[in-house]
Design a protein around this ligand. Sequence first.
Ligand code: PLP
Length: 415
Amino acid sequence: AAGLSVADGAIAAAIVGEKTRQRESIELIASENFVSQAVLDAQGSVLTNKYAEGYPHRRYYGGCLNVDAVEDLAIERVNRLFGSSYANVQPHSGSQANQSVFLALLNPGDTILGLDLKAGGHLTHGAPVNISGRWFKVVSYGVDPETHLIDMDQVAALTRKYQPKLLIAGGSAYPRTMDFARFRQIADEVGAVLLVDIAHFAGLVAGGVYPSPVPFAHVVTSTTHKTLRGPHGGFVLTNDAEIAKKINSATFPGLQGGPLMHVIAAKAVAFGEALQPSFKTYVQAVVENCRVLAQELADGGLKITSGGTDCHLAVVDLRPIGVTGNIAEETLESVGITLNKNAIPNDPEKPMITSGIRVGSAAGTSRGFGADEYRQIAALMLDTLAAARDETLDARQQDINNRVRQLVAPFPLPY
Ligand code: PLP
C-alpha cells in the first residue's frame, strides 16, 4: 500500500518481497493456504482499533455495536458450517484454542492421552516442550509400524490403563481418516472427555470430504488458516452447554484479553466462503490433487507413509533415494518449492534431520492447480531430489527454477 511504502520502507519492502515469493514459488506446506482478497480486506480493516473484552452484547467496553454484529455472524456461520450448537471464535490461534480446553476442563497434574508428535501429533497434544507436556501427565499413542494407521486397540488399552481425563484425536501429519465414533466409545469407557483437534482437516470436514467429529466429540478445536482458508486464528466448538460456558470463561478472561476483532471479521468472511457450494468443489479438488501428487511421487520411487492419503497432506519417506528430510527441504526451497521436513513413523533420524517430508495441496489448489500441475510438481520434485542426491544441483537449479516459474505463471494470486 502507498501509505506503508512512504511511512515504513523497510516493512513495505519485506511485504513486497513476500508477495513475490508467494507468487513465484510452489507452496506445498500442508498447513498453509492463500486467503481471498475479501478475507485480507476484513483483516486489514479498522476493526483492529477496537477493544471488545467480553462476548457479544456483554462487553466491558462501549462502542461495540459493529463488532458485536461481526462476532455474532462468525459464531452463527461456524455453527452452521459444522452443525455444532456452541462456538467460541476468540482464540488467537489453534494452540490457544487447545489451551482453552485445558484450562476449562483440566487441572495441572491430570493425565492426557494424545497422538505422539513423532507419529503426526501436534505439540499441544502433550509434547514435553509445550505447556501441555509441562503441566499434565502425558501418555501418547502411536501408529502401527506396518500400516502407519492409528492403532485403536492401543488407544483403548492405554485409556483403560492410564484413565486419562482427556483423550485427544487429531494431528498435524496424519494422512488418513480417523474413527471418531470409536474414539468416543473408548473415552466413555473411563469417563474421559474427547477433544478432536481438526486444525488440519477443518476445511475438508466443512466441505463434506472428511468425516465430521462434531457428533462424537465433547469438544472440537481448530485453526482457521489451513484447509479452512481463513486468517491465522482458532476456534472451539461443542454441543454441550456446560462445556460451552466453561470454554467461554477459559478463553476470556482465563487466557486472553481483548479479542482480535479484525481477525474475527476475517474468520466470519472465511466461514461465509466455506458455506458456498464452490468450497465443496475446492476441497474435493484438494483431496484429489493430493492423491495425484502422492501417487506420482510413489511412481517415481519414493514411499508414501500409510500407502497414500485421504486428505490434503501426505508424508513422504525419502529413504529409497537416500536424501534426508532437511536436505530435501533446503534443496527444494532453492528451486522455488516450499515444504517442510517431517518425521516418518519410527524415524531413525533426529527431529532436525528426519527421513521424510510433508506435502500438502490446499494452497496450490486455491490458486487453481489441478491434477496436471500436481503431476508436473511431482516431476520437478523428483528431478530436484535426484540432483541433490547426485550433487548435480548447481548445474540444474536454474533450469528447474525456470520450470517452477513457468508452472505458476498462469495462476496469479488475487493480490
Ligand atoms: N493443532 C494442530 C493439529 C495443528 O496442526 C496446529 C498447527 O499446526 C495447531 C493445533 C496450532 O495452531 P497454531 O499454530 O495456530 O497455534
